[in-house]
Design a protein. Structure first.
Length: 148
């Protein structure tokens, strides 16, 4: 039993048989793998995803919070829980000069899992601390950032 477990762990880590076989079988059956729903830019940032549609960027006021999300996994899409804006376009994901209603995973970061920044926006708006939240991720795990 231990040998079977260890083989399973090793083959999953290195995507050995039967993982590629099952992936090919699923593709032929018409099901897309979760990672097939997303595209990444050359820097490894999430550039588009399922159901991510641009919206008009609202005018900023003194009651607008702009959160620049810098870091690696804590600023990236590597959380276990996914969140979405409970306030519609009042919580914005700013990426590549465009605005999107915030929801996990955030564009501009890496990974396709959850993050906690959208939920932070929900809490801040729910408390009345701000009228609008803009989330601007620039997080790439395992990469260094340079400014020009």
């Amino acid at each position: 039993m231990a040998a079977t477990y260890l083989f399973g762990a090793y083959s999953a880590r290195h995507e050995l048989f039967p993982f590629r076989f099952f992936h090919a079988l699923k593709t032929r059956a018409g099901g897309a793998a979760p990672e097939d729903l997303y595209t990444f830019d050359r820097a490894g940032r999430l550039a588009s995803g399922d159901q991510k549609k641009a919206v008009a960027c609202a005018q900023q006021t003194d009651r607008t919070a702009v959160l620049l999300l810098i870091g690696q996994s804590n600023a990236g899409n590597h959380g276990g829980q996914r969140f979405r804006s409970e306030h519609g376009g009042a919580i914005i994901n700013f990426f590549d000069g465009r605005c999107y209603v915030a929801g996990s995973p955030l564009l501009g970061s890496d990974g396709i899992s959850g993050e906690h920044w959208t939920e932070l926006g929900n809490l801040l708006l729910g408390r009345g601390s701000f009228d609008q939240i803009i989330l601007a991720p620039v997080a790439i795990s395992g990469a260094e950032m340079t400014c020009h």
